[in-house]
Design a protein around this ligand. Sequence first.
Ligand code: 9WN
Length: 453
Amino acid sequence: MINGQLLEQAKEVLDGNWTGDYTKPAPDLYPHQWNWDSGFIAIGYSHYSQEKAQQELWSLFRGQWKNGMVPHMVFNPDAIDQYFPEPDLWQIIRSPHAPKDVQTSGITMPPVHATAALQIYMNADDGEKALHFLQEIFPKIYASHRYFYLYRDPLQEGLVYICHPWESGTDNSPTWDPILKRINVESADIPAYRRKDVDTVPANQRPSDDDYDRYIYLVDVFRQNSYDEITIREKCPFLVQDPMFNSLLAKANEDLIEIAGILNQDTKEIEDWHDQTKKAMNNKLWNTGSSNYLAYDLVKDEPIPMQALSGFIPLFAGIPSSTQAQSLVERLNSPGFSGPPGDNVFMFPSYDMQAREFDAHNYWRGPVWVNMSWMLYHGLKRYGFTEKADALREDILSMVNRFGLYEYFSPYKNLSKGEAGGKGANQFSWTAALCIDMLYENSHLAVNDLADD
Ligand code: 9WN
């Protein structure tokens, strides 16, 4: 009964986190709406509640800025005192582009909304309604892609940069350590603040205070410069071309082209972006030595040699050649991402287990995240690694079934006595939504599996 029960539990988590307008990523820790969470969540809903799936994206796009940027957070005015940072820190009113009637953050996140919108359309029973939804949302998503190519690609090479670790979605990945270490933050330089995340989650599973000081320092740079993109580019010490962010943009371009085709719209500009990004990923971010894609530090003008799982996400977007894909999979199968020989580790830890920086319990420094595994599942299938993909799916579903619908998980299958496998927040929405997607996607399997594991 495992899969049937899991499906029901996952739907309950989404129901519990649904506010009527959008879905909280988790009940206590994350009361507002987050950008890429919404995309994953909408994909989950698309299988059984088109209405919620569509509403999820509408709620997010209410916060879209006039320059096209979709903010990384849209605040719920009724929950302001429950999360730090509050809108007061962002002060988005300083930007002429910010919306006047919706409170948002002032940065963005990996763009998964074309991918979500296409899934919503594909999974709809009522084709006419879904077509109407696509027609309405298409220009908004298009504008958000244009924002990236206009403002975040200064070298016009098809690679966009992020200017804050929160934009990556992988906030305290060791990839950002070398850059954050270069930022010398005296406490007097940054606004006073109090973290609330560590009230609900143990501090050793969350970013450090030093990280938070730097997160706040960067927000201060943005607001002091009125969110002006050109000034930020000159002054910001954190400008990174991240392989996962650019892969998700490439995947979203691919899906936006398909949406444009459905709507009989011109695809030329999106196709040009798409070609350029794919080529630039392979020319600039591919690293033969480590058999994966590396982030690139635009301030120092050099690759960042850190070994995060983000460097494998290009598989999801069809970016690697088949030879590169083979090398990526070999690296994924190696001890750094699969542990010592034997079936000891869930697929896949978010950071190289053999690296000094690896930490099995801490957030983006080692734990397994269901969204990363879901992207790799699709990436592996895309390149014909079907057996590996199916094994990954089973691995992740059994992990969630064993530990619960947590935010992230210890990669180790054999835990020390008394240790919990689930980490961070419980009842985490994208874990639920993407399990739902994996259960429905193989529905010929899932329906039989529903009754029998
Ligand atoms: C800051 C909501 C978000 C995710 C991110 C994850 C975490 C926020 C935080 O939670 O970030 O944006 O407070 O730590 O890193 O990927 O979107 O689930």
